[in-house]
Design a binder for this molecule. Structure first.
Ligand code: ARG
Length: 602
């Protein structure tokens, strides 16, 4: 069975008697039982449970009463109005350690106050068994996240950086929820431009087989020169076009040259991935090339492919132009590759959810080929059913001038230069704070990287991805605002409180008790146990900014607690140290899901 491992881990957690799922899911389970008891005649009502907007009303609310009222109005003599349904839902809520009390407001809103004792136990469980026991339960078990995906010999630009950062975070959140994730780098390593690159390689480096790949130098410069020659020299152009045919025919010399060019790019990409600690597996466009003919044959047999001006196309609903799948010259394109990749992911990789992270500029392409796949019967008409596909689009990266982010000489910004600058600015900040003398050079390097790269990632992730965002070093490295730097400092401060207490926190986890006595403690505790549902929400809309908002407000609630409640040398010291540790643990998990390296002292 493909999914055994994830089932096993769920079972193991059950054996530990740790409840599985987010708090909201646990409340929803109770509401579901109550719904079954209250209105058994209405089948399949999904429990509508959300956090209360106003903490005065309670912690969670159930909004089912009005919808049910609309269905049973006049048919069920027991209920005169929606409020009566709410009352009955409250009465039928099963006895549970989760719930402290309930109340019904207005047109039947059922408010639930969680048991503080239960919250305390939940936090203690998490401290003992790890954050995995708070993971929401998702219906998906296997997903592909197609992200980063730069193009060989072309520059890896800030758009690819956004894709890398957003895709990595989505993949990590899914992994946290026990989903098997295939992290796919769909690099553009195929296409007609390779004819020109290979021909240029042969001409400029006659001994290309012996030379080190480094000798070729900067591939972007190489690309520009090849392109210039291609445009200026008709003979070269002809040879390039023939080279494409030789490459696609699998002629060894051409395949070797192609591979050498790909290797140079790959090395450059990997530098960025390593620095950002992003893992992903390359299955580039070329990988799917052998599948294209078969896939097109299937689509042909299903009568989906038509002739249009010498090319072969698929018409899709809602678009005036059809999807081009074979060009006039018989060559394949981006869409034929993507259709084949989708076929492969569905059939060979058994993926249930396939997520594509690119700029919004490509939405039309995705919408069209998704619709073609639907016409082929690969995807269900009902989009709530698996397998599902989703284009996760994002906006542009802008410079502080409001225009597309470029260097001063209006060149595309090299990603390593960006990373270098973020790191060196962070380092300077640490040096200014006198850390150079206190830390080893290695510690200084590590902290500079965590701050600098963390700042870039967080500045990107904290925005709703669909909007454009402005790249601004001063802003993202500000220690005060909603930045990774601020959050990393906040985390380090909590760690230092625990250190200063001189207590062995691991021992306290085993022997101590956690009590949420003060309102600011309960507020913080509640925010902690709600972690899982924010991950769930972030994944429902595939919006990592949801998790950033959670983290930022968690940090704010900690500050509130710490301002009001004395920790060290107070009567509640043990309990409050455990609350500090729980906060630091959840902050670290957020960092992990956002791709940020935590720092323990700053
Ligand atoms: N290489 C493409 C680009 O740079 C992104 C590929 C995205 N993935 C996909 N399956 N089309 O724009």
């Amino acid at each position: 069975c493909l999914f055994q491992s994830s089932h096993q881990s769920v079972r193991m957690m059950a054996a530990l008697d740790v409840q599985v799922g987010s708090v909201r899911q646990q409340v929803a389970k109770l509401v579901k039982e109550s719904l079954n008891a209250t209105v058994p005649e209405v089948a399949d009502v999904e429990p509508l449970v959300s956090a209360c907007n106003n903490a005065k009303n309670g912690d969670y609310q159930c909004n089912n009463a009005m919808g049910i009222w609309a269905k049973i109005k006049g048919k069920d003599a027991r209920f005169k109005n929606p409020n009566a349904i709410g009352q009955e839902l409250a009465r039928n809520l099963p006895e549970s350690a989760v719930v402290e009390s309930t109340s019904v407001a207005g047109p039947g809103f059922l408010n639930v106050v969680l048991s503080t004792l239960w919250i305390e136990q939940k936090i203690h469980q998490m401290l003992k068994h790890g954050v995995s026991c708070w993971a929401p339960v998702l219906t998906v078990e296997r997903a592909v996240v197609d992200f980063s995906s730069p193009n060989i010999a072309k520059e890896m630009h800030v758009g690819h950086l956004r894709s890398t950062i957003i895709g990595d975070s989505i993949a990590s959140m899914l992994e946290y929820c026990n989903v098997t994730v295939l992290r796919r780098n769909h690099v553009g390593d195929w296409g007609t431009q390779f004819g020109m690159l290979i021909e240029y390689l042969f001409e400029e480096f006659p001994n290309w087989e012996e030379i080190q790949e480094q000798a070729i130098g900067d591939l972007q410069v190489f690309y520009k020169k090849a392109k210039a020659k291609f445009d200026a020299d008709p003979e070269f152009k002809k040879r390039s076009q023939k080279a494409v045919v030789s490459l696609q025919g699998g002629e060894e010399k051409y395949v070797l040259a192609w591979r050498q060019i790909c290797n140079i790019s790959r090395r450059e990409f990997n530098v960025v991935y390593e620095r950002l600690h992003v893992t992903l597996e390359e299955k580039g466009e070329s990988f799917y090339h052998p599948y294209i003919a078969g896939v097109l044959k299937e689509l042909e047999e299903k009568n989906l492919i038509e002739e249009s001006e010498g090319a072969r196309v698929i018409t899709v609903p809602g678009h005036t132009i059809p999807l081009l799948v074979v060009k006039g010259d018989g060559g394949f394109n981006y869409a034929s590759t993507d259709l084949s990749a989708l076929w492969y992911r569905l059939n060979e990789e058994a993926a249930q959810w396939i997520i594509y992270v690119t700029d919004v500029g490509q939405s039309q392409h995705f919408d069209m080929f998704f619709k073609a796949a639907k016409r082929a019967g690969w995807l269900p008409e009902d989009e709530s059913k698996y397998p599902k596909v989703k284009h996760v689009g994002f906006g542009l990266v802008l410079g502080t001038d409001g225009k597309r982010f470029r260097t001063r000489s209006s060149e595309v910004v090299r990603l390593v230069d960006l990373l270098d600058e973020a790191k060196s600015r962070s380092k300077q900040g640490l040096v200014d704070r006198g850390r150079e003398g206190e830390w080893t050079p290695e510690e200084l390097e590590d902290a500079s990287e965590a701050l600098g790269y963390g700042a870039i990632k967080y500045a990107d992730l904290k925005n709703n991805r669909t909007t454009n965002y402005t790249f601004n070093f001063d802003q993202m490295l500000d220690i005060r605002g909603n930045t990774a730097v601020y959050l990393l400092y906040a985390h380090a401060r909590i760690c230092s409180i625990i250190r200063k207490s001189g207590k062995d926190i691991e021992e306290l986890k085993q022997t101590g008790t956690l009590k949420l006595s003060h309102p600011s403690e309960r507020q913080l505790g509640l925010q902690l146990v709600r972690f899982g549902e924010f991950v769930e929400d972030a994944l429902t809309d595939l919006l990592p900014n949801t998790l950033c908002e959670y983290l930022y407000s968690l940090s704010g609630m900690f500050t509130e607690f710490y301002t009001i409640c004395k920790v060290i040398n107070s009567e509640e010291e043990t309990s409050r140290l455990l609350l500090c540790e729980a906060t630091a643990t959840i902050m670290r998990e957020c960092f992990k899901l956002l791709g940020i390296t935590p720092l323990y002292r700053l």
